[in-house]
Design a protein around this ligand. Structure first.
Ligand SMILES: Cc1cc2nc3c(=O)[nH]c(=O)nc-3n(C[C@H](O)[C@H](O)[C@H](O)COP(=O)(O)O)c2cc1C
Length: 164
């Protein structure tokens, strides 16, 4: 059961397009978090979770129910990798905060979380997604830095692949 799935929450399609790109590169399934169920969690070993950020550093809306599904499932022994979409120019104080909220929602559930990313190369003032000096997953700013998205995804996939 060493299967991988990408699960995303997206309000206007940015995180959805990124999720599809990541899934295509990994050759794995992709689904909207609106369809997340305990069966989906149980049937996959590796879960790659993506959220955009809304409000002031908050999760994409559909993830609030999605997190409840995850928190009600048996996660020990599973591997998670997280990515987040944001806007570092308009929301530099809460850059990819949703990524941090996703991390806070699953940390301590017994799962392994891989794919932390250095803050070098990102311009922002503050982020809940930075823990111990690193982003807890892959931050992407497809609004201002779409030219960097593909390179960032490639490097991140190379980093997480040995753990999947
Ligand atoms: C009202 C509003 C609030 C936002 N708040 C944040 C924020 O706090 N931090 C951030 O990094 N991006 C923020 N963003 C940017 C979105 O996360 C970004 O546009 C993202 O690509 C949207 O992805 P989606 O279409 O997949 O939902 C905000 C955007 C809007 C319109």
């Amino acid at each position: 059961m060493n299967t991988t799935i990408v699960i995303y929450g997206s309000s206007t399609g940015t995180c959805e397009a990124i999720a599809e790109k990541i899934a295509q590169k990994l050759g794995c399934e992709v689904m909207n978090v609106q369809g997340l169920s305990a069966d989906v969690v149980n049937n996959h070993q590796n879960l790659i979770l993506g959220t955009s950020t809304w409000g002031a550093g908050e999760l994409q809306d559909d993830w609030y129910d999605g997190l409840k599904v995850l928190q009600g499932a048996e996660l020990s022994g599973k591997t998670f990798a997280l990515f987040g979409c944001g806007d570092c120019e308009s929301y530099g104080d809460t850059f990819v905060g949703g990524l941090g909220e996703l991390y806070n929602g699953i940390k301590g559930c017994g799962a392994k979380i891989v794919g932390a990313v250095e803050t070098d190369g990102y311009t922002f003032d503050d982020s809940e997604a930075v823990v111990d000096g690193k982003f807890v997953g892959l931050p992407l700013d497809d609004i201002n830095e779409d030219d960097k998205t593909d390179t960032r995804i490639e490097a991140w996939i190379a980093d997480i692949l040995p753990d999947l």
